[in-house]
Design a protein around this ligand. Structure first.
Ligand SMILES: NC(=O)c1ccc[n+]([C@@H]2O[C@H](COP(=O)([O-])OP(=O)(O)OC[C@H]3O[C@@H](n4cnc5c(N)ncnc54)[C@H](O)[C@@H]3O)[C@@H](O)[C@H]2O)c1
Length: 348
């Protein structure tokens, strides 16, 4: 048996999308004030194998804002009107998803919710949000439906629960009669944990969510896409941590999990190309979401920003257009690709 609940949110006839910014219902709890006057930051380095802890001066105001004002705020989505769609050029119309159905894990907030909004702005008719946090997923479904009129369903399900995921995906197909796009955004992060003392249960939990969960959802959705004979697009949210080792925080498990997501993406892309399924990954750099808005990371964020050529964290909607591109016919010949979108962090 598995625990699962569904919330369906369909806008009432005659609804009008909200024009103003939507209040960030779930962010307040996670916001922390920016301590710009902090004169020093802790740094950990290794010299000839010896671990060295030091503090370096980091003059305030030299590295750009750590948390840009409003960076993680959710903006209101607007649907693409039928009239507007008719006037798009052939190139622009390839970036739309008319009548498509999308599944988004971790869509209750953050990058997943922002990408759900983006898909709802380019013609998607149905979106299923899968998230383990009921209050977040429920709010997200309601907001999305109110803003765009898209038929949104929320499933409270854990991506580690294979049985629950299979049943959820079957219910999505039964309801919408199709399933065209999957964005695998559910994930967790552990950082500042040394490899020497990494607790085994913590390590296994993160791997189970970030890589096994990504696989279980991809498998369930992939099987439906194969059965439909129409293929589809799967987008896995990896991280630049799958390609580089972050500094200064120690986070071996997260880095390894995201490298595995990149390699899983390539493997599935190769196996499923014959079914018309494209599989790509997005590897974000440091993004300004609740995942990073925790007091323990405030000092380190100054280093992250300083090591980013664009001198800022990514906004929560900075992946949106790439997600639309990868989901749409615009990227028809792209599969197995890992797209790094990081303000240039990996260049240095
Ligand atoms: N924020 C960043 O800087 C950053 C950078 C690179 C990659 N990423 C990746 O992007 C993805 C989204 O990150 P975010 O910043 O939006 O995080 P977030 O914490 O704001 O959102 C993640 C969502 O996933 C859900 N979730 C977590 N575990 C789950 C589970 N077992 N089953 C179902 N849902 C679950 C959470 O409830 C939450 O709603 C993650 O995979 C993360 O690793 C984030």
């Amino acid at each position: 048996m598995f625990a699962r609940s569904i919330v369906k949110a369909v806008a009432k006839p005659g609804f009008r999308p909200a024009a103003a910014f939507v209040a960030p219902l779930t962010r307040a709890t996670f916001s922390t004030s920016v301590r710009r006057s902090e004169p020093e930051v802790p740094v950990v380095s290794y010299e000839s194998g010896q671990r060295v802890e030091e503090r370096i001066n980091f003059p305030a105001g030299q590295s750009g804002p750590v948390n840009p004002p409003g960076g993680d705020q959710t903006k209101s989505a607007r649907p693409l009107g039928a009239d507007a769609a008719k006037h798009l050029t052939p190139t622009l119309s390839k970036f739309t998803l008319p009548g498509k159905v999308a599944v988004i894990t971790g869509g209750g907030r953050g990058l997943g919710f922002n990408m759900a909004q983006a898909l709802s702005e380019v013609g998607v008719r149905g979106i299923a949000i899968l998230d383990v946090q009921e209050d977040l997923g429920d709010n997200a479904a309601r907001e999305l439906s109110e803003q765009t009129g898209v038929d949104v369903r929320f499933y409270k399900v854990d991506v580690r629960d294979g049985l629950g995921i299979n049943q959820t995906v079957q219910d999505i197909v039964d309801h919408y009669g199709a399933l065209d796009v999957l964005i695998n955004a559910a994930g967790i992060a552990d950082s500042n944990i040394k490899a020497e003392t990494y607790p085994h249960d913590k390590f296994r939990r993160l791997i189970d969510i970030n890589i096994t969960g990504t696989f279980l959802v991809a498998q369930a959705v992939g099987n439906q896409m194969i059965a439909s004979g129409k293929g589809g697009s799967i987008i896995n949210i990896a991280s630049m941590s799958g390609s580089i080792v972050n500094y200064p925080q120690e986070q071996s498990c997260y880095n390894a999990s995201k490298a595995a997501v990149v390699q899983l993406t390539k493997s599935l892309a190769a196996e499923w190309a014959r079914f018309g399924i494209r599989v790509n990954s997005i590897s974000p750099g440091y993004m300004d979401t609740a995942l990073n808005r925790v007091p323990a990371l405030e000092a380190q964020k100054r280093i992250w920003v300083d090591h980013t050529p664009q001198k800022r964290l990514g906004d929560a909607d900075d992946l949106n257009n790439l997600a639309v591109y990868l989901a749409s016919e615009g990227s028809a010949f792209m599969t197995g690709n890992n797209c790094i979108i990081d303000g240039g962090y990996c260049l240095w």
